[in-house]
Each structure stands twice: as structure tokens, then as C-alpha cells.
Design a protein around this ligand. Structure first.
Ligand code: ATP
Ligand code: MG
Length: 459
């Protein structure tokens, strides 16, 4: 299943869709009501004025010598039905429904009683028209029809007058909603950046103090989960430390017995077998030690109280004594150039860091090479560097070698790939930086660890 959020699962999208569609619906509803009201108002007003010429004509219909006729000069009649915008036409029908004057194509009137008038819609020459009709007391029917141009124009003007401001208001409201929603969701955005900016193993609770009412319960639930993870982590570290610790004693015993055995007279094949067992036991012991160091370095992140003012120089000094025999055995020139390097550090963890860096340098540098350890301090940092003339670590591998159990392909020996992971963990615990480079850009490895310098005079 993909972890990509489904379309529409965004709170912002859902809020915006809801707000925008409600606003558009309101605008459309407003437009419909305006159209309906405008249509009725306009129809009423123009219908009333359409009735005037009907009455005028009706007043002038006479029967002279048994023949009905309109008693108006044709100019006056034309003036009665003149309009600038619309086509206006009249029609007069006799009581027996014969057209006696006017336009023949006007639609026939609906049944009406004498004296009654009415309005109806029809068509004239293919165009929609509105007709006013009157049946006079004498039974004649007078009709005046007109096309709908000015009515339609007025309705459209009403609509525009209503729609333009409400569309502008809707657009302003949409813009406000857009910014409002973005502003409202800002706390989520900052929570996200806080989570993304965290170190992978930082399980400290998130601060719920300044969180908004909606997010605070989520934060509390998340913090409970973090607390459970911290507990699980601590248990796992404790188990790892215990297991490694328990393993060390029997392994040391086994190694000692094998060494005693090797001092005896043995047949060649038995000696070779026991030597292999001895190598494997030394390897297992180292692994147990490395696992124990890793578990110690990984310990709970809030153990700031274990930090005190220490000098990297004194750790490097004792390392010089510890590692000299090994360097001699491997015919490597191990040099130390040590200046004071005060930091706030954990005196149990720092030797693990230094030992692993020197161990790597001595292990991977061929006989005849040189390893140099420096300590010192600058304005704000204290540092320790370990340089060797060995094969170097390829630039593309310099981050991966800090991962647990990772070894560069083709590396000789039987290390477990934990040394630099331990070093990185110890450096992280001290808010320091571990940099891997090549020595003066000319091959070899240069590992530099730097920490915030301590200015206290306690050292
Ligand atoms: N000074 C060095 N010169 C060349 N390669 C190195 C050096 N230090 C580390 N490496 C490379 O980085 C890898 C990881 O080193 P790391 O110390 O983590 O593990 P390891 O030495 O293989 O095993 P462990 O230290 O646990 O016994 C090594 O396997 C090696 O390939
Ligand atoms: Mg190592």
C-alpha cells in the first residue's frame, strides 16, 4: 500500500473545497433569486405600460353603418404602438373573432369575458413576444404585442448589478479563506519541521505547552508513544549491555585456557586447530566488548549529569601507553602531539571513541606506515585527530562506515563494523562532529572529532 496521502485527505483541501463550494452555491442561489424577482418586477411594469395603447385603441373602435372601424388617423395609431427598442404590433378582432385591423400574425387571444383583460406569452415572426389583450363591452378584442428586448435587457442589468458585487465579495472571501486556512494550519507545519529536524534516535517528548487546543491531545498521545519507545529502547540497551557483559567472562576464560593449551607440546594439526579456535575466541571477545561499548554509548540521551570537564589530552596520553606495544608489533610509527583540549565529556565513553579510532588506524595501515594522534583547542572547539598513511576510506563510503556492522568491501581482518558506529554515537552524545577525510588530500585517513570547548578551569 502506498504511503502517499489520498487526494482529498488533506485538511486544507477539504476546508477549501467546502468553503469555496458553499460560497459559489450562495452566489448562484442569490443570482437565481435576483433573476426571479427582476423578471416579475420587469414583467409587471412593462405589462402595465403595454395595456395603455390597448385601452386607447379600444376607446376608438366604432361601428359605423354596420362595419367596425378604428376611429383614429393611421399616424396616431402608429404613434400609439411606436417603441424605440421593441417591435410593437396591434390587432383588432370583431366579436365573431374576425381580424378587422392590425397584424394578422398575432396569436389568437385566450377566451375572455366582456371588459376583461389579460397578458400572455406568444411568438411573432419567430420571436417571443408578450401580448396584452382586452375584450371590450361591445365584444371586440384588442391586442397589443411587443418583443421582449427591453425587458430582457433590464433583467440582465438587474442580474449584473447583483452578480458583480457578490462575485467580488465571494472572491475576497475565498482569498481570505485561503490565507486563513494556511495560517490556521501553521502549527501543524511547525510540528512537521520539528519532527523532521530531529536526530534519528532523539526520543525526547515534544513540547505541548504552546500547542493549540486541537493539536495538544495529538501531541500528548504522540509523547506517550515516544515514552513507550524510550522504555523499549532502554530495555533493549540494558539487555544488550547485560548479554555482552555476561558473554565477556566465559569468553575471557576460554581464551585463557586456549592460550595455556597452546603453550604445551602439541601435534601440528591439533595446534593449528586450537589456534583457529583461539582466533575465533579473540574475535568473539572483541565483538562482545564492542557491543557493550555501543550499548553504553547509546544509553539514555538525558544523562547529561555524567558529563564533567575533562581533557582529551589525558585520554590520548593513556592511549599512547596502551597502544605502543601493538604499534611496535606492527612496525608502525605511532606518534602523539598533544595540547590541552578541555571539553565537557563522559570519562567512561571518551576512551571508547579514542581506542576505536586508533585501533582502526593501526589495523588498516600496512607495516612501515605511520599513525599520528593530535589534540588541541581553538577558540570555541577542542579536537582530536587520528591520521594514518593507510589505504584511506573512499569518499563515497565515508558516511556509510559510520553505520553499524558496515565494512568497506575488501577490508582485510575480521572486524565487526562497529568501531565507527560507536565513535559516532559517543561524538553525538557530546554534541560534537566527526569528520572523515583523507590525509592532506594525499591518501591515508584523517579522522577528526571536535567538541564545544569547555572554558572551565577545573581540568
Ligand atoms: N583508518 C582506516 N583506514 C582505512 N579504512 C578504514 C579506517 N577506519 C575504518 N575503515 C573502514 O571503515 C570500516 C568500518 O570501520 P569500523 O571501525 O566501524 O569497523 P571495523 O574496524 O571493521 O570493525 P570493529 O571496529 O568493530 O572491530 C572498516 O571495515 C574499514 O573498511
Ligand atoms: Mg574498527
Amino acid at each position: 500500500m502506498s504511503d502517499e496521502p489520498r487526494w482529498g485527505s488533506s485538511i486544507r483541501t477539504r476546508l477549501l473545497i467546502f468553503i469555496i463550494s458553499s460560497l459559489l452555491l450562495m452566489v448562484a442561489g442569490g443570482a437565481l433569486v435576483t433573476y426571479w424577482v427582476a423578471l416579475h418586477t420587469v414583467t409587471d411594469a412593462y405589462d402595465r405600460s403595454l395595456l395603455d395603447p390597448v385601452f386607447d385603441i379600444a376607446d376608438n373602435v366604432r361601428i359605423e353603418a354596420g362595419t367596425p372601424r378604428v376611429d383614429l388617423p393611421s399616424k396616431a395609431l402608429d404613434a400609439l404602438v411606436y417603441d424605440k427598442v421593441d417591435k410593437v404590433m396591434f390587432q383588432i378582432r370583431s366579436p365573431d373573432n374576425k381580424i378587422i385591423d392590425g397584424a394578422v400574425d398575432l396569436p389568437p387571444p385566450p377566451p375572455m369575458s366582456a371588459g376583461e383583460h389579460m397578458f400572455f406569452d406568444g411568438a411573432y415572426g419567430g420571436e417571443p413576444i408578450r401580448v396584452a389583450a382586452l375584450r371590450t363591452a361591445t365584444g371586440f378584442v384588442v391586442q397589443v404585442g411587443e418583443t421582449l428586448h427591453k425587458r430582457n435587457r433590464l433583467v440582465a442589468e438587474f442580474l449584473v448589478a447583483e452578480l458583480v458585487p457578490s462575485l467580488l465579495i465571494a472572491l475576497a472571501a475565498i482569498a481570505l479563506a485561503w490565507f486563513g486556512v494556511a495560517h490556521g494550519l501553521k502549527p501543524l507545519e511547525s510540528l512537521r519541521s520539528e519532527l523532521l529536524g530531529r536526530a534519528p534516535r532523539d526520543l525526547r517528548p515534544l513540547s505541548a505547552a504552546s500547542a493549540s487546543v486541537e493539536i495538544a491531545p495529538l501531541l500528548r498521545a504522540f509523547n506517550e508513544l515516544l515514552a513507550r519507545l524510550r522504555d523499549a529502547n532502554t530495555m533493549q540497551q540494558r539487555f544488550l549491555a547485560n548479554a555482552a557483559h555476561q558473554l565477556r567472562t566465559p569468553l575471557a576464560g576460554l581464551q585463557m585456557h586456549l592460550e595455556l593449551l597452546l603453550r604445551r607440546e602439541l601435534g601440528d594439526d591439533v595446534r593449528a586447530e586450537i589456534e583457529r579456535m583461539h582466533t575465533a575466541t579473540v574475535r568473539a571477545s572483541r565483538l562482545a566488548n564492542q557491543l557493550l561499548a555501543l550499548a553504553k554509548a547509546e544509553g539514555p540521551a538525558d544523562r547529561r549529569s555524567d558529563l564533567r570537564v575533562v581533557d582529551l589530552k589525558s585520554f590520548a596520553d593513556s592511549a599512547a601507553r596502551d597502544w605502543a606495544p601493538r604499534a611496535l608489533a606492527r612496525k608502525i610509527d605511532l606518534g602523539f602531539s598533544l595540547e590541552h583540549a578541555p571539553i565537557h565529556g563522559d570519562p567512561l565513553l571518551l576512551p571508547e571513541l579514542i581506542d576505536n579510532l586508533i585501533d582502526n588506524a593501526l589495523r588498516y595501515t600496512p607495516s612501515g606506515g605511520a599513525v599520528t594522534v593530535n589534540t588541541g583547542s581553538e577558540t570555541t572547539t577542542s579536537y582530536l585527530t587520528v591520521e594514518d598513511t593507510g589505504p584511506g576510506i573512499p569518499a563515497g563510503e565515508r558516511n556509510r562506515v559510520r553505520e553499524r556492522f558496515y565494512r568497506v568491501a575488501g577490508t582485510p581482518g575480521d572486524g565487526s563494523g562497529l568501531g565507527l558506529a560507536i565513535a559516532q554515537e559517543v561524538v553525538d552524545r557530546h554534541a560534537g562532529v566527526l569528520e572523515i577525510a583523507s590525509r592532506n588530500g594525499s591518501g591515508g585517513t584523517r579522522v577528526r572529532v571536535s567538541f564545544p570547548r569547555s572554558n572551565s578551569a577545573e581540568v
